[in-house]
Write a new protein. Structure first.
Length: 301
């Protein structure tokens, strides 16, 4: 039984559909997110991306179908059971700023543990560890208004990572960030995925992020330093795949290389950002050009 539990997908949707009044938001969605895998979820605006992540968290319930988290069906769980499931093993970073402005960085990061009445000494250890992980250990007593946009986003990630959940959902986490801050966030996500072995769904319309996350890995060196390295030729990279939604339906699911090479019209509308679609409002000269990405970033402990 324990072996079956370990081998169960981190997240599984089976024929999931959802309506809002007469409007169908998702139509017969089926997929599996394997343990330790990162799935890139993309598509045009209003295609159903955020709805899917809310369903995975149990914040919405489907009208049809089944949803499993690490082998456990969640559709029939009551609210207290869903809260326990999220608190125990899931974290989410929303696109919108959701920090508590009246709480310090420390108290924001501690919020979920406080909700579950975790002992004070255990909370302190976990909070300092996660703030160190995101590079905010020196800013623990600052309030959100005293932090830059990139620092606030890193604090959002720290709050979601508290206790090291086995599953993370990222809903456009680099939205509105400058390129330097966005790269720092991407590297944090790579570290969480590879060092903490976290399974994740990464929602994005910034298609230049996909090849970076798919080809870079976090590696711990003998001296304890963590580096973000591009996987060398012939060496297996992170476990990743791409799922594309269009009008609430899955229109593509496969590897990053397959996504890059796809000639499906719905995919090429996303990958060719100079064709007048809603994706043409950000700069992506060639999101698949490996020369445009830094080869290595070194991070501290």
């Amino acid at each position: 039984m324990a072996t079956e539990r370990l081998q169960a997908p981190a997240i599984e949707f089976r024929h999931v559909s959802l309506w809002f009044d007469e409007q169908q938001a998702l139509d017969d969605i089926s997929f599996e997110l394997a343990q330790g895998e990162m799935m890139f979820l993309t598509g045009a605006s209003a295609s159903g991306k955020s709805v899917l992540t809310h369903l995975a968290m149990g914040l919405l319930k489907p009208d049809e179908g089944q949803i499993f988290i690490e082998g456990k069906e969640i559709v029939a769980l009551d609210e207290s059971e869903l809260v326990e499931m999220r608190g125990r093993g899931m974290g989410i970073v929303f696109q919108e700023d959701s920090l508590f402005t009246g709480l310090t960085a420390y108290d924001n990061a501690a919020f979920r543990l406080d909700e579950h009445a975790v002992a004070e000494d255990e909370t302190e250890r976990a909070v300092l560890e996660v703030l160190r992980f995101v590079g905010l250990e020196q800013d623990a007593e600052k309030f959100p208004e005293e932090l830059s946009g990139g620092m606030r986003r890193r604090l959002e990630i720290a709050r979601a990572l508290i206790g090291w959940p086995s599953i993370m959902l990222f809903d456009e986490p680099t939205s509105s960030l400058d390129p330097i801050s966005a790269e720092k966030v991407l590297n944090l996500i790579i570290r969480a995925r590879d060092i903490q072995r976290i399974s994740s769904i990464y929602v994005t319309k910034q298609l230049n992020e996909i090849p970076y996350l798919a080809t870079h890995r976090a590696v711990t060196r003998p001296d304890g330093m963590i580096t973000i390295d591009e996987a060398a030729s012939g060496i297996e990279g992170p476990r990743t795949k791409v799922l594309v939604l269009d009008a609430g339906r899955i229109v593509f699911m496969g590897g990053v290389i397959e996504f890059e090479a796809s000639t499906l019209p719905v995919v090429t509308r996303l990958t060719r950002a100079d064709n007048g679609t809603e994706f043409s409002d950000f700069y992506t000269p060639d999101p698949w050009d490996k020369q445009r990405r830094p080869k290595e970033t070194i991070l501290g402990r």
